[in-house]
Write a protein that binds this ligand. Structure first.
Ligand code: ATP
Ligand code: MG
Length: 244
């Protein structure tokens, strides 16, 4: 049964689907703490597409993990799809993620014992879709991403770029309102990367999802509406001509 906190997000053009208010986060080390985010504030509206650039170790994955509720901030407020993450139980966080978020992990995180198609279908099945329909939809999306003929292989029998495309399909299959993409074309050659990026944008437009895309590529960043950079724990928005 759905709890009141588990209701679908009603998109109002005036309310952000993701809001961070003065969020700070650090990791404990043996004799000190290692600060990663410092008073970060950010608002993303439904359907908006943003890129996030920043040096290795600047905190991009940490930011996505905080938004997804995989990690909790030391201070500040994070609101996702109308729900403030601080007050949520672990189960409520899981349901929020399952219903509203598609996360393309930097290192894929595919379930090793499930085939490519089962990895994708699992997201739908956890959301209550019957197995036959889930498999048919998953097959079609994998086909769009160029994985036809290999959908019954285990992840260990796919190349890094193929695993990445399965991870993309898994994140998009349930038409989430939020897609968090951590270097989603990082393991692909330029031509495959372009093709996959265009499928990603097509699917996002079909489902009116917002996108927060981590990338090291300015060309990839230029395919979105807004570009953010992270440096020394601070998130800044870039305007006009921008070199990286
Ligand atoms: N679980 C953890 N425990 C301790 N420190 C961590 C942990 N995860 C990340 N860090 C540290 O926090 C900082 C930010 O890490 P994060 O993974 O967010 O960087 P990133 O910007 O995603 O880097 P990359 O571009 O290499 O993926 C790094 O200095 C990293 O060493
Ligand atoms: Mg990272």
């Amino acid at each position: 049964m759905r709890s009141p906190k588990d209701k679908p997000f009603q998109a109002h053009t005036s309310s952000p689907i993701i809001a961070l208010d003065s969020v700070s986060h650090s990791y404990p080390e043996t004799d000190k703490v290692h600060p990663v985010l410092h008073n970060a504030s950010l608002q993303i509206m439904p359907g908006e597409k943003l890129a996030l650039l920043g040096r290795s170790g600047s905190g991009k994955t940490t930011l996505l993990n905080l938004i997804a509720g995989i990690d909790s901030p030391d201070s500040g407020k994070i609101t996702v799809a109308g729900q403030q993450s601080e007050g949520l139980s672990d189960t409520e966080r899981t349901l929020l993620r399952r219903h509203h978020i598609g996360f393309i992990y930097q290192f894929f995180n595919l379930v090793p014992s499930l085939s490519a198609i089962e990895n994708v279908a699992l997201t739908l099945e956890l959301n209550g879709v019957g197995s036959a329909e889930a498999l048919a939809k998953s097959r079609a999306l994998l086909q769009r991403l160029g994985i036809s003929g290999k959908e019954h292989r285990l992840p260990s029998r796919l190349s890094g770029g193929e695993q990445q495309r399965v991870a993309i399909a898994r994140a998009l299959i349930h038409s989430p309102s939020i897609v968090l993409a951590d270097e989603p074309t990082g393991n692909l050659d330029a031509r495959t990367g372009e093709a996959v990026l265009s499928v990603l944008h097509e699917v996002l437009s079909e489902s009116h999802s917002c996108l927060l895309l981590v990338t090291h590529s300015l060309a990839v960043a230029k395919t979105v509406d807004r570009i953010l950079t992270m440096e020394d724990g601070i998130i800044s928005e870039q305007h006009g001509e921008f070199a990286w």
